[in-house]
Write a protein that binds this ligand. Structure first.
Ligand code: M6R
Length: 608
């Protein structure tokens, strides 16, 4: 995710802003920039690439001033470029803004502002904010910011610096975190604690709909209606390493907890008032969908497991036949690709060599390629014909968690969009499914409240060297992901098996105490999976079942039961994956492994 830092005080701000941005580097970014109020007014330095490039630019043309804002950008709208880097300004260079989040209605606001004569110089959603503030400025900066944000729909944490009132910094939070650091004769804004920890440990945490007006000696907190509020000043006791991980022990645990936000961001602006799905910014049209006769999905690792679920989602909703291939196999198996084949490449990083090679192969054969990726400006994004970005934010842990589940959300939306285009789903059913999609982040939040029970189960399996995951249909695909997650970080050998297939050979491996994790979330297959549970139980397996709330029947056979909330059957993997990620996580930490950096693995696999 993007990072924000702001400073107002008695010291020169350039070094403080750069220092703060460097502390946010670990979060991942593609460009950086600062705006400082200097003797001549607002001045900006921005640069695509590393902070060191911004630093070089600042060395050549330093900025001096006591108030400034800075930003590390993780692109969501518009490729990484100098022009798209923050801060953004109005046309008169009076207002500068840095922003984290996504403005859903930016296209509409942009059109309205252009009608009023405002000129846009970037492809970002953020730029509307600086023009809106300029438009509403009538001598009162906080008032102009309040009016401007009243037009915004979406998520935003913003910091504003204006040449009109250079003795103030304004911060506003809506659905994207923002904190205010309080110092002696100086105050700070940060999207995260590490950005300001070097300077102060006293912070206000803004809630949604709150605004802060910072001067050198004061911080005023108010609602977006302009009512002053009192807040407790908190003391941060975390050390820097803890602060980087948001207080979690590892990035993986942090990223597991970020899933509700990642789901919301991936859906943001794409679910239309409960009645439809649209992908603004992508050229994928209903007409193109109607021309598609076959779909091939190519991906590697965890993304491949998301693709296996994507296949079932698309086939069930549209009846278009879908094949899923490991990207490393696809390119060498001479796939039959026609002009009416849509190839979907799925990749978190957008840089996986095999996935790139597979999509190039498909393009050469004349297919249209749709990418599902998390990284704007990545090779996969650049080479695809259409792109559906997941907005999971940067994933740092090698083991993919929030990127996988956001890929599922992308497939759900894509499946529904295709189904609507093909008329294979009616409006009422679509409305119902959209409502269920919107509930998913809340259901995941609820699941994350009870980590302790999963940790206890992890204790039980962490000493074992082999175990099985079994499931049918979507649960089988999910079992493959659960098994990979466990292997990758705990180094426990596990196999995912289609529950009905065990008796054709692998049942021979089940002996007294062998852990079998049985996924039984699909109502229609429940009885069948229950019989398979009995099969392994009869051979001495220790069975941990994962099923939907209300299916207490399984308690009679399984040794332990994990419950997940009910949703539309196709959406269940996006809730059921959470306890499975936690299980892998706790098993690995109990075994004392470096969970974020498992042995032999890299985050991005750029070689064949
Ligand atoms: O960046 P990609 O999604 O293309 O990466 C694909 C795999 O390398 C990746 O999912 C890998 O399997 C993860 N480490 C699994 O957690």
């Amino acid at each position: 995710m993007c990072g924000i830092v702001g400073y107002i005080g008695k010291r020169d701000s350039q070094g403080i802003l750069l220092g703060g941005l460097k502390k946010l580097e670990y979060r991942g970014y593609d460009s950086a920039g600062v705006a400082i109020h200097t003797k001549t007014g607002l001045e900006l330095r921005k640069s695509k690439g590393r902070i060191s490039e911004l630093e070089t630019r600042l060395e050549a043309q330093p900025l001096s001033g006591f108030a400034g804002i800075g930003h590390t950008r993780w692109a969501t709208h518009g490729k990484p470029s100098d022009a798209n880097s923050h801060p953004h300004t109005d046309n008169e260079m009076n207002i500068s803004v840095v922003h984290n989040g996504i403005i859903e209605n930016h296209l509409q606001l942009k059109a309205e502002l252009e009608q009023l004569g405002y000129r846009f110089v970037s492809e970002t959603d953020t730029e509307v904010i600086s023009h809106l503030i300029a438009h509403h400025y009538k001598g009162d900066l906080p008032e102009a910011v309040r009016k401007a944000v009243s037009h915004l729909r979406g998520a935003y944490a913003i910091a504003v610096l204006s040449a009109h009132e250079p003795d103030k910094l304004i911060a506003v939070r809506w659905a994207s975190p923002l904190i205010i650091g309080v110092g002696e004769g100086e105050n700070f804004i940060g999207s995260d604690i590490p950005a300001i920890l070097e300077h102060t440990r006293s912070v206000y945490i803004l809630n949604d709909g709150e605004m802060a007006v910072l001067t050198r000696d004061n911080v005023e907190l108010m609602t977006l209606e302009g009512n002053f509020i009192a807040k407790q000043l908190l003391r941060i006791e975390w050390d820097f390493v803890m602060a980087e991980k948001g207080g979690y022990d590892t990035f993986m645990l942090k990223e597991i907890h970020e899933q509700p936000r990642a789901y919301r961001d991936t859906m943001r602006g794409r679910l239309l008032e409960g009645t439809g799905i649209s992908f603004p910014g992508t050229s994928l049209s209903a007409r193109q969908i109607r021309g598609v006769k076959h779909i091939h999905i190519v991906a590697c690792g965890t993304a491949y497991h998301a693709a296996l679920i994507g296949k079932q989602v698309i086939e069930r909703l549209t009846r278009i036949p879908v094949e899923v291939d490991l990207a490393s196999e696809y390119r060498y198996r001479m796939p039959v690709i026609g002009a009416n084949t849509l190839v979907i490449a799925v990749s978190q990083s957008g840089e996986t060599a095999d996935t790139l090679a597979a999509m190039r192969e498909a393009k050469l054969a004349g297919a249209r390629v749709l990418a599902i990726t998390n990284v704007i400006g990545s090779s996969v994004a650049r080479e695809a014909d259409d792109i559906l970005f997941t907005h999971a934010g940067p994933e740092i842990a090698v083991a993919s968690t929030k990127a996988y589940s956001s890929q599922l959300i992308a497939f759900y939306m894509l499946g529904l969009f295709m189904a609507r285009s093909l008329n294979t789903i009616d409006r009422a059913a679509l409305t119902e499914m959209i409502a269920m999609l919107e509930r998913l982040p809340y259901q995941v939040e609820r699941l994350l409240e009870d980590k302790e029970s999963i940790r206890r189960i992890a204790e039980r399996i962490s000493g074992r060297e082999h175990l099985f995951f079994i499931g049918r249909g979507l649960d089988y695909s999910l079992a493959m992901e659960a098994s990979l997650k466990l292997k990758e970080i705990s180094y426990i050998h596990s196999e995912a098996y289609a529950a009905g297939e065990l008796k054709h050979g692998s049942l021979a491996l089940i002996e007294e105490g062998t852990p079998v994790i049985a996924l039984a979330t699909q109502e229609l297959l429940l009885e069948k999976t229950a019989s398979n549970i009995k099969e392994v139980k009869a051979r001495g397996a220790y069975v941990i079942a994962l099923t939907l709330e209300g299916n207490e029947e399984l308690e009679k056979t399984a040794d332990q039961v994990i419950y997940v909330p009910r949703t539309y059957s196709l959406f269940t993997p996006s809730v059921a994956v959470v306890p499975l990620q936690l299980l892998a996580y706790y098993a690995a930490s109990i075994r004392g492994h470096d969970v974020d950096k498992p042995r032999n693995l890299a985050k991005s696999v750029t070689v064949e």
